[in-house]
Ligand binder design. Structure first.
Ligand code: GLA
Length: 327
């Protein structure tokens, strides 16, 4: 018998034996994220902890950088008698595996940030999801870039548009598509688009991707930069700086607004990281954890799909915007 299988039987037996008294068991919810080192996910966890404190359940936080760690984490949750979990998986194509594991262990599951898909690439509707309104937020990025280009008197025809791309993730693709469409609507010629595919969604991989793209396209003296999150844009900004493209020749707007962006805004002199669309780690962390806890306690399932909005935040208006968002 495989260790996983044995664990399953034990968990199942415990469930049966506990019988009616099980209701008295303390409520325990898991919160699994793909990139625990990223400030966005740290914030989500912090707000989930707050929900646990407010609502009286315990929270188990586990980083799941790959599929193997993800499966082990779900088994681990079951072994320690958790009753449900929130997940941002390392690969959305693991959706069916997540759903099967949750069912096998009798765990409620809700996804956050990255919506899980089935074998055909279709979102799994039976797993409740909270994510950002990706395309719309991408458009806010593009509009912000276009507006600042105008303010600086840059001619769209002469500006390169660097898209740090991670197209295997639907929310990433939709975000950058929204930004691109807004830039085109503002007059950016389609031919000025340069794609920089990143191997992983962190700053280092964005840096490498942008470096290659800048090298291949030496013709542009000015650039706008966008990507799926702040890390993507920051990587490209650092790559630009390394080639002498400074704040007057490079303009980037990210998505997130967590510490990655705040550190950049805190620097004495403005960098090419002009702004970010601030999204809500509070909603994604606090609400999802509370919703899963409520699902376990009261058998009331979360809404099938919740899409959250964002607000453009720049170095200048950061304090006001953060206050308005309750951060
Ligand atoms: C994805 C990204 C994160 C963050 C969230 C927001 O998971 O990888 O950086 O942008 O979406 O939902």
């Amino acid at each position: 018998m495989s260790p996983t299988r044995r664990q399953t039987l034990t968990a199942g037996a415990a469930w049966l034996l506990a019988g009616p008294s099980r209701a008295a068991e303390p409520l325990k919810i898991g919160f699994l994220v793909k990139q625990a080192e990223e400030p966005w996910f740290q914030d989500e966890w912090r707000f989930a902890e707050q929900a646990a404190k407010d609502k009286g359940f315990s929270l188990v936080k586990i980083g799941i950088p790959n599929g193997e760690k993800m499966m082990a984490a779900i088994d681990n949750l079951a072994a320690q008698k958790a009753q449900g979990f929130v997940i941002c998986a390392p690969d959305v194509k693991l959706g069916m595996a997540v759903e099967r594991a949750a069912k096998r262990h009798g765990l409620k599951v809700m996804s956050v940030d990255d919506q899980l898909v089935d074998g055909a690439g279709k979102p799994i509707a039976s797993i409740p999801h909270m994510g950002i309104s990706a395309y719309e937020i991408g458009r806010q990025v593009g509009q912000g870039l276009a507006e600042e280009m105008r303010a600086r008197g840059w001619r769209a025809a002469e500006v390169g548009a660097l898209r740090v791309a991670f197209d295997q993730l639907p929310t990433a693709r939709e975000r950058t598509q929204g930004a691109l469409d807004a830039l085109k609507a503002a007059g950016l010629p389609a031919a000025n688009l340069v794609d920089a595919p990143q191997a992983k969604t962190d700053t280092e991989n964005a840096f490498n991707a942008a470096n290659i793209a800048f090298t291949k396209h030496p013709g542009f003296k000015r650039w706008v930069v966008f990507g799926m999150n702040d890390e993507a844009v920051l990587g490209a900004v650092r790559a630009g700086e390394g080639r002498g493209l400074r704040q007057d020749a490079l303009l980037g707007i990210g998505i997130g607004g967590s510490q990655t962006a705040l550190n950049e805004f805190a620097k004495a002199a403005a960098t090419a990281f002009f702004g970010t669309v601030l999204i809500s780690p509070r909603r994604h962390g606090y609400e999802t954890a509370a919703l899963v806890a409520q699902w376990v306690a009261e058998q009331q399932a979360p809404p099938p799909l919740t899409l959250t909005s964002g607000t453009l935040m720049t170095r200048k208006n950061q304090a006001d915007v953060r206050r308005q968002m309750g951060l």
